[in-house]
Structure formats: C-alpha cells, structure tokens
Design a binder for this molecule. Sequence first.
Ligand code: NCD
Ligand code: ZN
Ligand code: ZN
Ligand code: ZN
Length: 394
Amino acid sequence: MVIKNIRIVDDTQDFIGDVRVESCKIAEIGHGLHDEEEYDYAGTSCALLPAFTDLHVHFRDPGLTHKEDVVTGSHAAVRGGYTAVNLMPNTKPVCSSLEQAQDVQRRVAATGLIFANQTLSMTKNLEGKDFSHLLPLKKNEILFVTDDGRGVDDDVVMEQIFLICKERHIGIMSHTEKSEYSKVDMRKAENAMTFRDIDLCRKTGGRIHFCHVSTKEAIEAIARAKAEGLEVTCEVTPHHIAATGEEVNHYRVNPPFREKEDVEALIAAMQSGVVDAISTDHAPHTAEDKQNGSPGMTGLELAFSLCYTKLVVPGYLTLSQLVKLMSTTPSAMMKLNKGRVQVGMDADLTIVDTDMKYIVDPKEFASKGKNTPFAGWQLQGRVLHTYRAGKLVF
Ligand code: NCD
Ligand code: ZN
Ligand code: ZN
Ligand code: ZN
C-alpha cells in the first residue's frame, strides 16, 4: 500500500510525501509513489508518525485481570498509537521467572495487535531483599528488571543488583521512593532514592533507568549525572507534565502530581535532551480500587493527546521532538526495528490528526481502567489509525 500526501514526521524529518509499505516493512519514501492500495491524505491535518513505544505499562495479567488483561491492554495500546509496550512485573504472582514472562509475551502476541516485553522483578515479591532469581540469568537474556510500585530501600541490596545487572547487560528500571519518607514527604522519598541510585551507578559503573521522574531536584540530579558521563536514562509521564497537584485535586498517583516549578523543570529537561522517553505508567484500576486508595491512572489512550496539547501546541516541543520521546528512543532502548519512518524499518505507523479537538470521555476507553483525572478535559491531537507491520490494527 501507499499512504500519500501526508505530513511524515520522525526525529529526523518533517515533510509532506508518500510512504510505501511492502511485506511488513517500510519499502519506499518519496513523492508520487503508487501501489494497488492507496490512501490519500492531501489537504488534511494528518501526520504519519512511527508508532509509539511505551517503556512503562501495567497490564495486570496474570492475577489482577479485573483491572486489565493482555487483550484489553493491547486494544488500549493500539488506540493510543502504540505497537510496543514494556510490562511491569507487579502482577499476581509477581513476575520473577522467564517462564511467566514468556507466557505473558506469548499471550500478548496472540492478540496480533502489539509487541510486549515482560520485565522481571528485581527482588522476590518486590520485598526488596532476595534477588537470587537474577543469578541464573544469562547475558542479554532479558531487557529489564524492576520492582516498580516500590523502591529498593536497602543500599547494599541495590548495590548487588547493580553489579549483577552490569555483568548480564540487564537494564534496571528504578521506582525511586524511599519508603521511610512515603508517609511524610513524597518529595524527599523520590529525591533521596534518586540521589542514592546515582551514587551507586557511579560506584559500580552500572546502568540505570529512572521511572516516572517528577521532581525538579530529581531531574536536575539526573542532568548532572548524565553530564558526568554516567549511564543514566530517564522517563517522564504525560500526566506529570500535564497538570500540577492543585489542577487535578491531588488525584492519587505515585509519584504524586507536583508543583508548577517541577512541571517547568521537566519540560526544560525535555527541551534540553535530558529526558529520554515519555512513558505512560498506564496503571488501570477499578472504580472500587481507586476509592480504596489505589494510586495511578490509565494512560495509553490519552498519552499522545495530552502531550500534543501540553507540549506541542504551546510550542515547548516540535512534533519531531515529541516523536523522538514517544517512539524513537524508547524503541531503541527495547532494541526494536521501529521508531523512525525509514526504509527497512517495520511498518509500525500511527496516523494522527493534529487539529482535531475532543473532550475526554473514559467510557470510550478500550482499557478496563476508566480511572483518569482528565475526564472532561478538551485535548487537541488525536490518534486516528495504527498500523503494526503494515497491518491496520486500529
Ligand atoms: C502503579 C500501579 O498501580 O501499579 N501505580 C502508580 O501510582 N504509578 C505502580 C507504579 O508505577 O509505581
Ligand atoms: Zn495512483
Ligand atoms: Zn512506579
Ligand atoms: Zn508503574
């Protein structure tokens, strides 16, 4: 097929042209291309982007499938323009084995909609102590380990994990929250563990990825660590840049919605290239679980619109820069052959309408999680279609 006369945008280009797709891959990019099937976008406000990749997603499968499962989660992903997700291990049971990870990955693949990588926990049951399940892992056998949902409080345990992962080329994704501060000072909880992990990164020569960075102090420390040459990467969520705590009535999420200065610091870090990826931290919960205090919000289906509205419309980022954060870099971090509109790459493509405005209605979500503080918000920029390996999946 050929998608014609459309604005083609990735981290390296932004122009109007045609893309030809043949046997799952991007075969040709140019002007005046032809094929049997043709879709002409001349005169529209649509853009063709490399489909998004989300490094931080909770599908709750197995064990918590009243909140989400691999099928509803995959549908939510393609509706949000995503064709690849990195799944967190805080399921029931916690994912600590290759067998469980492969089972989840197989079941996601069977939906035919997206690619999923399932991460393993860093410690047994996310208890922050026993990491013996990591020892048998071979070099490059898995991409990431994480205790997301909790921080590893014990410095010695964390140092050991750094060393084990360094040897095996495994990425660490750190949910930075020092539990002794969780009840009293959530800012200090994030900052203290971020500083600790940077120190351990320096000491061990290891590598770390910081999840959902939300404070000015944490992002500035990460900027210094990068300038120093440490192997540090980080992600920011759409929700932490879209609103302050006041603006969403302190809707419960970890880390919490922050202050105006924090939002400004995160945006500045996106502009300067300190932020590597935008990750949703898609955290679906039932209404009842939310009422009982479960933190988090559903994210996949709103991410592009929130980011376009809050980052591109006001001119903080170009669409190219947004695509780099939502697709190019996270795809590279997951070692996928996608993330750019480039000949030879997988034809994982998303078509968005950058002018379309709409009111957020959680009833429209494919996700079981209707939990969001953004219901009723007017957003601009909407995902219209998603292709995976050349096949229309949304
Ligand atoms: C996440 C969840 O519900 O699993 N909740 C959240 O508030 N972000 C856990 C996490 O990402 O830390
Ligand atoms: Zn023609
Ligand atoms: Zn987390
Ligand atoms: Zn999470």
